[in-house]
Design a protein around this ligand. Sequence first.
Ligand SMILES: Nc1ncnc2c1ncn2[C@@H]1O[C@H](COP(=O)(O)OP(=O)(O)OP(=O)(O)O)[C@@H](O)[C@H]1O
Length: 645
Amino acid sequence: MIDDGTMTPENSTETTERPADAPAESHAFQAEVSRLLHLMVHSVYSNKDIFLRELVSNAADACEKLRWRAIAEPALIGDGERFEIVIEADPAARRLTIADNGIGMDRDELVANLGTIARSGTKAFLDELSDGAQPSNLIGQFGVGFYSAFMVAARVRVTSRKAGSAEAWTWTSDGRGRFEIEPAALPGAPAHGTRVVLELLEDAATYAEEATIERIVREYSAHIPVPIAFATAGEAERKALTDGSALWVKPKSEITKEEYAEFYGNVSGQWDQPALTLHYKAEGRHEYSVLVFVPSMKPFDLFDPARKGRVKLYVRRVFISDEVEILPAWARFVRGVVDSEDLPLNISREMLQKNPVLEAIGKNVTTKVLTEIGKLADTDKDSFEKVWGAFGPVIKEGLYEDPERRDDIFKIARFKTTRSGDGWRSLADYVKDLKENQTRIYYVTADTAERAAASPHLEGFRKRDVEVLLLSDPVDAFWVRSALGYEGKPFQSITQGAADLDAIPEPAKPEADKADEAPAADVAALVAHLKTVLEAEVADVRPSARLDESPACLVAPDFGPDKQFEKIIARHQGGAAFAKPILEINPRHAIVAAMTRRLADNDKSLVDDAAHLLLGQARILDGEAPAHPSDFGKRLARVMAAVLG
Ligand SMILES: Nc1ncnc2c1ncn2[C@@H]1O[C@H](COP(=O)(O)OP(=O)(O)OP(=O)(O)O)[C@@H](O)[C@H]1O
């Protein structure tokens, strides 16, 4: 029970008396908070109900924190005290109170927690809100839940007492830029915990009605693990709305899809329909229950550098922590709960690091998640593609971080390729369709799939109908370098090294085309000349098998990074110098043929200009600028004048 009669109308409405020597302090909200509050109050939200789910969720978190703390320090709570959340409505006064007997906040915590937003990504969130995204899907994710109270309240008063503290404090604000903090008189304050009082706006009067509250609690908070009761102001009687029992210990057959979805929403702060729900109990060496979800929508912090997971750890129904990394970082999109029967309840945070029981659980859950995603590929292609589209870029981090998972990840990995069209191809599909004499899995990496698909390096592969993976996630440039291959076929960048395409048969060429080809001896002479002219900029010049329509392209040497990987490293190191590239020229191209003729005629200055232009053009096709733009411009003008003049 929440003790001390805190819910009586008298002391839940009036500002508590404060000692004369402790005047109310006025603080400005952090700028981000003000921006958020402004958006909350002035946007037209279709769903204001969510404020209650956010406040209830905070109240439940506070109870769970204290439940855990009180294991080591039982004196923090009363004898036989039961954690609960009480929602009290006073329709006549248009007032709603949410009270919990959780951990509470001291003065500094009130200032920090209800005056700033600590989460990284806040700015991104605000920008997204400004762009008109539906906030109800986003709010819970960003750690800004409390502020949603101002969607329905003209004034919010929070009285809180930290468990074990002799002081209580009241925080008050109308949400317009400032808040006040003052000491609260102890007789009216909670023994421990927090009371949030909302003076509702005129058009939000419905939130002081029992039926509305009951409906919202059933819809959004029916399975939070702390019981919720309803009370009408001035009446002693309380009505239990939920029993606070843990959903994950119930048998699967007794849980509806809606109940799972609601639980998922509360545990993840996301309110999309989960793509996968995994609910099972493991018995054997370790005993534990798992209820985890694969979302169908990307959480906002998926690419946050901290790469934090959000699976909550419970021990025998007691919440322990959401800070332990139970799953590997590349599975950080998984949300849910793991509840161990074996770990000690008073386990310290230090003991949770590198804990063998947790490691075993983490491995098992990871295997299950990968297996279920794999099954989804067979049973529901659309959902699977959504999951892969959203989380593939993260899962692929496992390809180089978690070598023992590589084969499992390769099984579910899907790629855009020169043959995939709108769909995706698996490596199994790729290997099944290898061309005669093809021994490698070819790939090209670029910033976007479109740019990858436009790479001139692809031409010779297209012509031979050799499939190439079009890789455009930042992580791709990394795993292709460390993965040894798939089913014995090594990965090979098409922008690196000699393209061993000659062994793969080319479709027969019409005789007319062959006539355009420069004689081999002339090509050799041109190559030798270009090597001298471009010596300062390229490591080598050679005829290319990989080109068809373009006159030239740049490739990286056989060993070392490929072109895209070089770019990524250069970006991080502020433009580090790399090995000079190799220029490949297309002996079948009209420009190259013309250059061989000009060289034979000893028209060196035009050939030299053309050589530099070829190199500059190859750079442009790689998404770079010519090394010396003004020199490039001059040569271009000279050649154009010679041709047009
Ligand atoms: N009833 C409460 N008891 C104790 N602390 C609270 C309570 N309500 C809010 N807080 C504190 O204020 C912080 C900010 O709350 P807010 O709802 O804005 O974000 P959050 O709960 O951290 O994130 P999320 O909404 O994603 O769960 C909380 O993290 C918590 O520390």
